[in-house]
Design a protein around this ligand. Sequence first.
Ligand code: HEM
Length: 412
Amino acid sequence: MDELSVEDPRPLLTQDGRVPFPLGRVCPCCPPAGYAPLRGSAPLGKVTLYDGRSAWAVTGHALACELLTDPRLSRERAGRGFPVVGGRSARGWEEGVALVAGGGRERDVRRLLAWHLTPGRLGSLGACVERIADRLLDAVEAQGPPAELVSSFALPMPASVIGALLGVPEDEHGFFQACARRLLEKGTADEAARARGELGCYLEELVDRKRREPGVGLLDDLMRSDAPAGPLGRDELVALAGTLLVAGHGMAAGMISLAVFTLLGHPGHPGQWAVVRAEGASMDAVVEELLRYGSVSDGVARVAVEDIEVAGHTIRCGEDVVFVTPLINRDGSVFARPDTLDWERSARPHLAFGLGVHQCLGQELARLELKIALRGLFGRFPGLRLDVPVGDIRLGPTAAGVTGLRELPVAW
Ligand code: HEM
């Protein structure tokens, strides 16, 4: 396999003999090679986080399902030493829905979002997602070949989709995208704070404008007095919009670029798009297998709020637990030949979207986006191919805990 560029200078094991978590990938769509010792300690091992803290690492699928639905593991970040897994601290909107609604309203807000993001409700958004993809591909076609797909397609498409979902006017999508991109870029904490501030001001102004002139979108629905959780206040709406953008943009952008790379240039499985077409594989199955195989999220983190006896170990109250999604999704007891791409398999039990109360609220939207992105791209450019040797493809920039490509040069 060609080596791919990776920017992770850390040693494979830390001084205490543990695997550091998360590690950078060598092949963008495969688990980091440095996780090999964790496969040996499956389903539960130990890792060292970037700041030297030790954490339990769940790598088995059955144990992950058990623990992700165990209320003794909490995602509550406030006031505790919650395990932050990236050097670029996951503060602000990355803290999730919990931040949006204090005073016991979190569950209401989550239920409300889940309702807005059901497949039925998304039906009307489908045409809009297609329009967004088409418009971006028009520009790609007009300027190329060659083209750089991360900046021209994989990043702007999910940002515009979240914009459309929230009700951001179409002529402001460009500004919204630019803010969102700055938020994802690997920069200093100050740069991240500046980008958050800029987007926050924009969202405040948007919410105020919508109060004066109501329009169509999730924000408009949530500020109505008959909204099921009661009308959300300005700060709550701004935080919710920011949360959705951070949660939905980086992950979906990373997954689109990983999916295209996997179909075009996977070093171990070349020419997969041709295989998909030859096998007449269903797009639903292709998308699930790409989600399983690529596992764009490095993992999710929790903290134990009680002692838990599990898999012959005791996870003590206060200890950190990380779920190593790329390994969980390649557990051979659930997925036969887990390291092989199989477009016929039923990959749906994968945990790319997590599980339990915190599982991804945007998963149906993410599936819709991926399907439309791949259909649009390969439909428009049937001869799509990588325009650089596989070894020149570089990883990142990504949000904390998300894998993506820095650039994806293609031609057709
Ligand atoms: C391929 C794309 C995506 C992947 C792989 C993904 C993955 C995940 C994962 C693993 C979690 C669980 C975090 C945890 O358990 O701590 C999560 C949560 C979440 N996701 Fe996604 N996501 C994707 C796209 C989206 C999109 C498009 C949206 C927005 C519309 C979204 C909104 C959310 C929200 C709001 C949460 C927080 C749920 C909560 O705290 O209850 N995601 N996502």
